[in-house]
Design a protein around this ligand. Structure first.
Ligand SMILES: *Cc1c(COP(=O)(O)O)cnc(C)c1O
Length: 361
């Protein structure tokens, strides 16, 4: 007999998201390079704001997020009225799918794209459509060819996770201009701050009514544990998303900490500079040891191995050395390992260990 209590169609087809591993059995001081976290952590000013928030835990948080939206607006030169804040950019992605896609609608994304696009599309009852990339890079022509009159949302992460590659502003604009009229282009800028001088697409959004951008405090701001993200786009879309946003979706601790973090752009600049330096060093060190990678624009490197077996064996060896990296078979890249750029000591350790792994074969 079938259970009369049933979820909506499609929900049970959603594969559970698996985060990067955090522990290795038997090793207490393992280095976690599996979740693209900032090894330097958040700004001291953000930590102080979090500590001060303890004094108002009995109060409900503000519902309009005005102070945080103003701080984001000042830091990025954006209109606060066109910003929405959420529980990570994951929640903004979820709002977009819930508001704009439903049964028989299509949500398009790239083949090695972020897993949340598929999960949120399916949660909304929509059909996920995965589009091939070219050399692990977003292919605008392939995306445009995949669009139909049912396409409601097209997600690209730029820079992309887990490939680390990105496409330039002219290509992004060609994509936006070529979409069917009913579709929104969502630019996921989770790693935008790692690209010096990059606006994540803000300037394009100022000129077009079909482009939206998501951003996060989880990566360069070092606040993944606190869950804060934001979106920026046309006022009409912000107005729609605010209708399904829970009024108290962000706690006062989240709001105050994020506001202090975004006001400390010196910290962001320091983290970007260190990441750029160490990323170049690690990519070259791995290449010298026979492990190639595409030029990364984010805070990780996608290391390529001969095949799935070699990637798995290297991952197992790294674990014995107390180094946790990310298998990305779930992203369609079974022969690769995604390695977050840690601090200098971590980069040296992972390069040394991969050299030993390659040498012992
Ligand atoms: C890490 C990441 C995010 C951030 O998600 P949050 O919910 O803000 O922590 C979004 N998109 C991509 C592509 C990511 O890699």
């Amino acid at each position: 007999m079938t259970d009369p209590i049933r979820p909506q169609p499609g929900i049970m087809d959603i594969a559970l998201y698996e985060g990067g591993a955090a522990h290795v059995a038997g090793i207490s001081d393992a280095i976690k390079l599996s979740s693209n976290e900032n090894p330097f952590g958040p700004s001291d000013k953000a930590k102080e704001a979090f500590q001060r928030a303890v004094h108002k835990l009995h109060r409900y948080p503000n519902t309009d997020h005005l102070a945080l939206r103003q701080a984001i607006g000042e830091a990025h030169g954006l209109d606060p009225a066109r910003i929405i804040c959420g529980v990570g950019s994951d929640e903004i992605i979820h709002f977009l799918c819930q508001a704009y896609a439903g049964p028989r609608d299509e949500v398009v994304f790239t083949e090695h794209g972020f897993l949340m696009y598929r999960i949120s599309a399916m949660a909304a009852g929509a059909t996920p459509v995965s589009v091939r990339e070219r050399e692990r890079t977003t292919d605008v022509d392939a995306l445009l060819a995949a669009c139909t009159r049912r396409t409601k949302l097209v997600f690209i992460a730029n820079p992309n996770n887990p490939t680390g590659t990105m496409i330039g502003p002219a290509e992004v604009e060609r994509l936006a201009a070529g979409l069917p009229k009913q579709a929104i282009l969502v630019l996921d800028g989770a790693y935008a701050e790692y690209v010096e001088g990059f606006d994540g697409g803000a300037e394009l959004i100022a000129r077009r009514s079909n482009v939206f951008m998501t951003r996060t405090f989880s990566k360069i701001y070092g606040l993944g544990g606190l869950r804060i993200g934001w979106g920026y786009g046309p006022k009409s879309i912000i107005d729609v998303l605010n209708r399904i946003r829970g009024p108290f979706n962000l706690s006062s601790a989240q709001l105050d900490t994020a506001e202090a973090a975004v006001r400390d752009q010196d910290h962001v600049d320091r983290c970007r500079a260190e990441n750029t330096r160490l990323r170049a060093w690690l990519a070259e060190a791995l290449a010298e040891r026979g492990v190639p990678s595409d030029t990364s624009t984010a805070n990780f490197i996608l290391a390529r191995f001969a095949d799935e077996a070699e990637a798995a064996a290297c991952d197992a060896y790294l674990q014995t050395q107390g180094l946790i990296v990310r298998r990305v078979a779930g992203y369609g890249l079974p022969h690769c390992l995604r390695i977050t750029i840690g601090d200098e000591a971590s980069c040296r350790r992972v390069a040394h260990a991969i050299g030993q792994f390659k040498g012992q074969k």
